[in-house]
Design a protein around this ligand. Structure first.
Ligand code: 13P
Length: 252
């Protein structure tokens, strides 16, 4: 039985004071649950401070990006082993903002995924189509290619310890959420793509939805059979909003 994962991607938001308030609000309001995992992904400079604030709590820590290299002369980059060292269990790779704004190709994303997995991190692989691609009927082609690039580089076995996040680009930060049926169809497609290579891994892999998920729409999305949680942007920046989504997951 898959557990839900409710993950907050804080993106480039917050500061020491606001982070402390946010984490304090989350841990104060969160009810421990055997069926729902909770993850926060703060900006890099705050990982260690958030980790120490999470001490004694079940909330997991993740980063938003990682280098494809293990160490060396890569100014400004962060190795997966360093993320492990400061207490991360997860790292987001291939977010659409990194693909679009920083030119990360599917090959680079695959290398980052492998570096993360090699270091013992759980990669959270983001895939998703733009509005133009959806309107052209290309959703499955685009998502299938993004997934295949990682499977071809890393093999299917690593998905035994990985998370996939379906984030339609047109739903990110727009307030325009995919309907539960629209999202479920793509989640099913992703699980089928994995199942074609390994049915056991497909049955176990968590597939999150991301894109304008909020307390009000979480229940409908999370009730779908192949939606195993959310990767939350805007609504992860206020404890009450984030907790509303964790509560929705706990109620299913
Ligand atoms: P929003 O929830 O703000 O739409 O962001 C989604 C996202 O990009 C999470 O990674």
């Amino acid at each position: 039985m898959r557990r839900f994962l409710v993950a907050g991607n804080w993106k480039m938001n917050g500061d020491s004071r606001r982070n402390r308030e946010l984490v304090a609000g989350i841990v104060a309001g969160l009810q421990d649950s055997a069926t729902v995992e909770v993850l926060v992904c703060p900006p890099l400079p705050y990982l260690a401070a958030v980790k120490s604030q999470l001490s004694g709590h079940s909330v997991l820590l993740g980063a938003q990006n990682v280098s494809e290299h293990a160490q060396g002369a890569y100014t400004g980059e962060t190795a997966a082993g360093m993320l492990v060292d400061v207490g991360c269990s997860h790292v987001i790779v291939g977010h659409s903002e990194r693909r679009a704004l920083y030119g990360e190709s599917s090959n680079v994303v695959a290398s980052k995924f492998r570096a993360a997995a090699d270091a013992g991190l759980i990669p959270v692989l983001c895939v998703g189509e733009t509005l133009a691609e959806r309107e052209a009927g290309q959703t499955e082609v685009v998502v299938g290619q993004q997934l295949a690039a990682v499977v071809e580089t890393c093999g299917i076995a690593v998905f035994g310890r990985a998370v996939i996040a379906y984030e339609p680009v047109w739903a990110i930060g727009t307030g325009k959420v995919a309907s539960p049926d629209e999202a479920q169809a793509v989640h099913r497609f992703i699980r089928d793509e994995i199942a074609a290579r390994d049915e056991t891994i497909a049955a176990g892999v968590q597939i999150l939805y991301g894109g304008s998920m909020k307390g009000e729409n979480a229940d409908g999305l999370l009730s779908m059979p192949d939606i195993d949680g959310g990767l939350i942007g805007g609504a992860s920046l206020k404890a009450a909003d984030f907790l509303a989504i964790t509560k929705a997951a706990q109620g299913i």
